[in-house]
Design a binder for this molecule. Structure first.
Ligand code: SF4
Length: 368
């Protein structure tokens, strides 16, 4: 029997459909939330049709983007990849994209069939102007990866009005490990934020950075219950990517990745009401790394189009080139060609492992 060749666009379409169906299931008990999710499910199907139609014409469009909307943050977490890459700094931002420029990028994305835009930083909730623009685009979902220290009345009301904005709170495990990495008192703020979101019946998630040290603790039923008891409906396990050689020992290897996958499968069986995702997840099942526009790409705070937040290299800026042209940048095309992205590698990130080759690609003289 001949094996069906791997079709990236179909694979992604199924993935998006699954997430939307799971979210619909998770929000059934909340009429306001499920009413919004029903409308979003229809918009997501239209977006998938748009992407598949462009794929028919030979143009591949990723289903989601990651947008780092600020280079500022109020915290100084240990091992922060964004600070290590100097993408988050304490100095005043330079040439940062304005709220209107981000609004325009969101519109371009919707026209091309993008369904999700993950808002990150730095601390994205420092950009009220951009988050308000995102709230005005109900045809797309905007998970906001936040450190959870700005969850006051103003944002809670905005999230109540704009149900396409979904806060995803970063947490490392229990109080000790979270405060040890993020700073004294951050854990209590996170828990207070979750309670406030639950009291309003707002959909929210948590993002957990998984290291060789906290893997067992953060995949325990007890830890998951501390989140789900507070109304958390989505947990994203993000594999730690060492951006310095000193932190390499914290990066999950193949054994830990298998342990994570097995623990998540068990947690999924026992907790049907919560959506569990892994990033970058099972790259083998995805036919390799999904960066560089295969499944997504990253836009930094001043518009540079990068393969991924963990691979801060860019040869095009969306401010000048526009989103569509950036998706097909010379660097992205070079990374997507051949088997560069589906090569075996140590640790969670092929682009980090091959950063010298990526730099060489960037420096390569233009042929055309
Ligand atoms: S909150 Fe995020 S961006 Fe800010 S220092 Fe911590 S890890 Fe870095």
């Amino acid at each position: 029997m001949t094996e069906t060749p791997f079709n990236l666009d179909q694979h992604i379409a199924r993935g998006v459909e699954r997430i939307v169906a799971d979210t619909l299931k998770a929000t059934l008990r909340d009429p306001k939330e499920s009413a919004f999710m029903l409308k979003f499910a229809a918009a997501s199907r239209r977006a998938t049709r748009r992407r598949l139609a462009l794929a028919e014409q030979g143009e591949h469009i990723p289903s989601f983007l990651i947008a780092s909307i600020t280079s500022q943050c109020n915290l100084h977490c240990a091992g922060c990849y964004s600070r290590c890459n100097a993408a988050t700094v304490d100095e005043a931002p330079v040439r940062q994209l304005s709220g209107d420029e981000w609004g325009d990028i969101f519109r371009q994305a919707e026209e091309l069939g993008v369904s999700f835009i993950l808002l990150a930083g730095g601390e994205p909730m420092l950009r009220w102007d951009v988050i308000e623009k995102a709230g005005a685009m109900p045809g797309m979902l905007f998970p906001i990866f936040t450190n959870g220290t700005f969850l006051g009345e103003k944002y809670l009301s905005l999230f109540d009005r704009c149900r396409n904005l979904i806060p995803v709170l970063s947490i490392e495990g229990g109080q000790d490990v979270t405060d040890a990495r993020r700073g004294e008192g951050v854990y209590d703020k996170l828990i207070a934020g979750m309670d406030a979101l639950q009291a309003r019946g707002l959909l929210f998630g948590a993002s957990v950075t998984v290291t060789t040290e906290n893997l067992r603790a953060v995949t325990s039923p007890e830890f998951l219950r501390t989140l789900t008891d507070r109304g958390c409906k989505l947990v994203i396990y993000v594999e730690f990517v060492p951006v310095t050689d000193e932190a390499r020992h914290l990066a999950p290897g193949d054994a830990e990745r298998a342990q994570l996958a097995a623990a998540m499968a068990k947690l999924r069986r026992d907790n049907e009401e919560v959506i569990l995702l892994a990033f970058p997840g099972d790259e083998r099942a995805d036919g390799g790394c999904m960066a560089a526009g295969r499944g997504f790409f990253h836009i930094n705070s001043h518009g540079g189009a990068e393969p991924c937040p963990f691979s801060p290299y860019s040869d095009v800026n969306v401010r000048e080139a526009g989103l569509r042209q950036a998706m097909h940048s010379r660097l992205f095309r070079a990374l997507r060609e051949g088997d560069f992205l589906d090569d075996a590698h140590v640790g969670g990130c092929v682009l980090f492992e091959k950063r010298e080759q990526v730099e060489a690609m960037l420096a390569a003289p233009r042929s055309e």
